[in-house]
Design a protein around this ligand. Sequence first.
Ligand code: UDP
Ligand code: MG
Length: 154
Amino acid sequence: MERTLVLFKPDVLQRGLLGRIIARFEKKGLKIVGLKMLRMSPATAKEHYAHLTAKPFYPGLEKFMTHHPIVAMAVEGVEAVEVGRKLAGVTNSRKAEAGTIRGDFSMSTSRNVIHAADSLEAAQKEIARFFRKEELFDYALVLHEYFYAEDELK
Ligand code: UDP
Ligand code: MG
């Protein structure tokens, strides 16, 4: 079973969208295994967005991500990384499909409400970046057999 890392960016809390967006993950069937509110430090932003620090928009991105609190969430499910990216939609929210989170809640490439890890390797690193071991929970969902058939769990 995969785990992926999702961040609800400062615009989510500012716009009062947190509950509605978390509900989409619950409704889909991704199991929440970690959830916390935090303020991202500039050092963490540089690490998290290491692939972007040379871009002209990076200073603005760092300011945006560190200026107000965010919420980090780890979710678990079969192919959770790919599903998380699909729920999020493409980076430019104006081009994101309607029905995706960015497609439904944002008009921006920058204020695009959500981050979702883009590979299993990134997800593992990112979960470790935002959660200590004891902040992640192993537990069974009582309705598990209604989310997956047995052959999907092999
Ligand atoms: N970003 C931005 N301007 C751009 C491209 C990216 O502000 O032209 C920000 C945006 O918040 C995006 C984040 O940088 O979500 C990370 O960019 P990436 O290309 O990794 O996109 P993502 O994986 O978030 O879809
Ligand atoms: Mg990315």
